[in-house]
Ligand binder design. Structure first.
Ligand code: COA
Length: 160
């Protein structure tokens, strides 16, 4: 059985992340989408909110399980029996840091491989930060996030 993990902060999940998750789910028997508790980023949404938002969107994909994790990703991968880490690549600018992380993860866990999926072209330019920034300025992000995320963003930003 092939088991992979796709980890991120997902603050909040975007259509770009969902695109990677659904495509990765087609490549493995089981895909864990792992929401990081602590990544050094000051998150807008709590861990529970980030998990809930992404879980709602992926509930229709039978072989995906959305979970949260803390600590090293390689340790978590071992715990769930995953031997592959999936990463999305958007641009050349992602490559340096992605290669660094992949090599560091390999250094720590030689049995775990990192595979990269190219982001679909319509999502090349988005990130969670840019989505939050545009949403806070009332820009239209409706093509870039699911409806429930859009509503959650509007609500959260109105409380700040
Ligand atoms: N579509 C849209 N946006 C995307 C995307 C895609 N396909 N792929 C990445 N992004 C965005 C993310 O939204 C994020 O945007 P933000 O910085 O504005 O929030 C940005 O690109 C970076 O995303 P990503 O590379 O997935 O990083 P992350 O911070 O979300 O997650 C972890 C990084 C959690 C995987 C990493 O920090 C980790 O493994 N942490 C655990 C601790 C550990 O093991 N450390 C050692 C690592 S060597």
């Amino acid at each position: 059985m092939t088991i992979a993990v796709y980890a991120g902060t997902f603050d909040p999940v975007t259509n770009g992340h969902l695109d990677i998750a659904v495509r990765a789910a087609g490549l493995f028997d089981k895909l864990y989408v792992a929401v990081a508790q602590e990544t050094g980023k000051n998150t807008l949404f709590s861990l529970e909110e980030r998990v809930q938002l992404i879980r709602q969107e992926l509930s229709g994909v039978a072989n995906i399980e959305v979970v949260s994790f803390d600590g090293l990703l390689v340790d978590f991968a071992h715990k769930i029996g995953a031997n592959t880490i999936v990463r999305g690549l958007r641009a050349v600018s992602d490559f340096d840091i992605e290669l660094q992380m992949a090599l560091m993860n390999k250094e720590m866990a030689a049995d775990i491989e990192t595979v990269f999926l190219p982001t679909s072209p319509q999502y090349l330019f988005i990130s969670s930060s840019i989505i939050k920034n545009v949403a806070s300025l009332q820009g239209d992000i409706s093509r870039l996030v699911p409806e429930r995320v859009l509503l959650a963003l509007e609500k959260k930003l109105s409380q700040i």
